[in-house]
Design a protein around this ligand. Sequence first.
Ligand SMILES: Cc1ncc(COP(=O)(O)O)c(C=O)c1O
Length: 391
Amino acid sequence: MFSSASLAINGGPAVYPGGLKRGKVFGEEEGQVVSDVMRSGVVSKAGSGPMVQRFEREFAGFHGMPFAIATTSGTTALHIAVSALEIGPGDEVIVPDLTFISTASVVLQNGAKVVLCDIDERTLTISTGDLLRKVNSRTKAVMVVHLYGRPANMQEILEITKPRGIAVVEDCAQAHGATIGGQKVGTFGDLGCFSFYQTKNMSCGEGGMVITNNETLARRCKSLTRHGLVGDDLSAYDYDKLGFNYSMTELQAAIGLVQLAKLDRLNQVRRRNAKLYRLHLSGLPMIRFQEDCSGHVNYCLTAVLRGNLAGERDRFLEAVRAEGILVNCLYPKALSGTKLCSGAEDRPATSGAVASSVFNLYTNPDITAHFVETCCAAIRKVCLASQEVSG
Ligand SMILES: Cc1ncc(COP(=O)(O)O)c(C=O)c1O
């Protein structure tokens, strides 16, 4: 299938022999605010410094929500969300089978059971059909992931969860600014969680945020980031619950504020890059893209191999990477295929099949139109060569 002599993997000429490179994530402004914070002398203040407070205010405001709680990462944002909901032993939490490990690991950290749910083959987000099959009286919450920047079907999800009193945590780690009917993701469920890891739609290196409109949950979340502190008085050293040290630093918050101001523009670039890939890769029957929608913020552009290339992703990526281009794979294994979750009672079928055929194209604002076009030339070359040889 990949034996054509024209392919770089077999000694043929590479599309981009030098190897494509990505650009820089941060600009001068981020550098400036970091040095301003350093000079101020306050780089961290247990989540109570002026930068963290402003970042929480502005992030909440961006979402039209009353409360935002800054954390050290997307994982710790998810962990305090699950902890604020008092999820623990005896509880079941439904998690889509195709996602980053944190969506499930925070549930396991709290001693609750993860029930893996299949995905919809077009949107690649949680399947509401399978969700309906998996809810029961022990279901305490559903983790909804807006995977690759594409909003999940919140209307159908809430129709299932609301009448049953099941909490919803939205994992928006890849979907800052994504919308459904004009409403931002993270504002539909009980708690919305974001990551500011380096690759995300907005970043501060490492960092996270929880948003909610529930004051009780918001207070619990803030307290959990500060060891279970009672109220806001750090000097009281009084605690009423088992908490964590998950407070964001002033440095992270200062960078986050700059990035938040740029977010809409950064998302526009991601969407434009995704459109360009789709244009240059149109007409290839062996590639199906994640279904698009108007509120998609294209953390990446996700493709699933089909036809004679279905299930051949690893060899396919080896061949396209040999052409000198950069492509990604989120995720090579569904959670049910990982060692951690291999004991799951159920191995969802669609997520398993997608995981062996999925790959992702970088849409990050640090890439150029030339980068996109070169990637597409290499992918087209490998796709056509695979067809040629297999007849
Ligand atoms: C879907 C998803 N959930 C959670 C996380 C965890 O975020 P972080 O890396 O900031 O801990 C990530 C980030 O990789 C993610 O992509």
